[in-house]
Design a protein around this ligand. Sequence first.
Ligand SMILES: [Zn+2]
Length: 209
Amino acid sequence: MKHAFFVLLLLLLPFRESIAREPDMMLADLADYDSSIILDIRYATTNNFTGKKVYPAARCLLRRDVAMRLLKVQEKLRAKGYRLIVFDCYRPLSVQKHFRALLPDERYVADPANGLRHNRGAAVDVSLADSTGRPLEMPSGYDDFSEKATRGWSGSSTAARRNSELLDTAMEEEGFEPFSAEWWHFDAAGWELYPVSDFPLEKTGGCEE
Ligand SMILES: [Zn+2]
């Protein structure tokens, strides 16, 4: 009997492992989980570098596991009197191609040939607000293409540097990796597990095509 149990266990182990390794492809809508996160989805407005509304919906979709990590960041920040502001999350590949056509310069818009981490639903552009929702001072505005956006820019005010570091620490604790060229951009560790997608932002359900 005992022997049979171990045989069964051995048979089940590889199966369990394959489940654990299988990435969750669902795209979760952040607003369904936490209404305290401030959504300032710039590409759904004209307030972005293109001057045009390029997203049909102001939604933050992320792979479910990535969304859960961001919720933990928000929970920890709220305990300290802060809130996350979210500028961009999952970005359909066709939108990236549109950006590139508008601004065909690698310094400003990444080549969509291999897909970005935003196209995988595994990157976020975020900032910080106080508990009332007032944005905190940061080293530059969002999508500032100058050196002000780079991490460690020496011209930042003390407050901006402190706020940026606070954001970095909170994000890194939940497995987000800061991007050196943009203080607002973070990649979720394990981003390579997720495919590049072109799921329409306005479509409900959030299921991978
Ligand atoms: Zn980004």
